[in-house]
Design a protein around this ligand. Structure first.
Ligand code: CTP
Ligand code: MG
Length: 235
């Protein structure tokens, strides 16, 4: 069964600070988007990568992909993204040729995901799960609070969920393509990942082990960590 990967890369990267759109910023000299595309194309199961580029950066993304050869078995497409991550993913799904029955959705902002994590997600979808997420236990204790009206003000703590039952969820998330398309057609409202849309359909999402190197580059400190991981890999 051929697998396609949709890579939402259309975000601005506001939390990273001023500069180019996040996916086009360099990590050890290579744009984050290129790292992310190669991380997914490293799986021998992935035969198409659909990059959802910043609308004003689509031509640049195409040029970058042309300049950084993918494995011969892997094609790519570039489509312009939307105002929200959810919209960008939907635009990527719209561009998928019909033969792809399994689709991965992977944040360009997780450029260093190891291929074993990608393959573990694919295997669980092939085994019949409609939706699969890579997930890790939490290091920090988590509190539910009453959010302050003014950021920075003290916030009353309401509860402490049992940490042993919580997981931090990463990407790539893997899906039965038809199920994900149906979720995007029917689920409305804000979501922060694709699997939660499948949960809202009442279907079961399964978690497989994630990887610490699949962390999301969100704030400036994450760039330091990402470059350190790349330096360690090159040793
Ligand atoms: N994304 C997207 N289209 C959007 C918003 C986000 O394709 N309209 C993508 C980002 O490019 C990123 C992924 O979704 O690869 C995860 O989003 P996030 O880490 O929040 O990235 P940004 O939205 O770019 O960052 P910020 O929220 O700090 O602006
Ligand atoms: Mg965002």
């Amino acid at each position: 069964i051929p697998v396609a990967a949709v890579i939402p890369a259309a975000g601005r990267g506001v939390r990273l600070g001023p500069g180019a759109p996040k996916a086009l910023r360099a990590l050890s000299g290579t744009p984050m988007l290129i790292h992310a595309v190669h991380a997914l194309a490293a799986s021998r199961h992935v035969s198409l990568v659909v990059v959802v580029a910043p609308p004003e950066g689509a031509a640049e993304a195409k040029t970058l992909l042309d300049a950084h050869a993918l494995p011969e078995r892997t094609d790519f497409l570039v489509v312009p993204g939307g105002d929200t991550r959810q919209e960008s993913v939907r635009l990527g799904l719209d561009a998928l040729p019909p033969e792809y029955e399994i689709v991965l959705v992977h944040d360009a902002a997780r450029p260093l995901v190891p291929v074993d994590t990608v393959d573990a997600v694919i295997e669980a979808v092939r085994d019949g799960a409609p939706a699969v997420v890579p997930a890790l236990p939490l290091a920090d204790t988590v509190k539910e609070v009453e959010p302050a009206a003014t950021p920075g003000d003290p916030e009353p703590v309401l509860s402490t969920p049992d940490r042993s039952r919580l997981r931090a969820v990463q990407t790539p998330q893997g899906f039965d393509r038809a199920t994900l398309v149906r979720a995007h057609e029917t689920v409305t409202g804000d979501v922060t990942d694709d699997a939660s849309m499948i949960e809202r359909l009442g279907l079961t999402v399964v978690a497989v082990p994630g990887h610490e190197e699949a962390f999301k580059v969100t704030r400036p400190l994450d760039l330091v960590l990402a470059e350190a991981v790349l330096a360690r890999r090159r040793l």
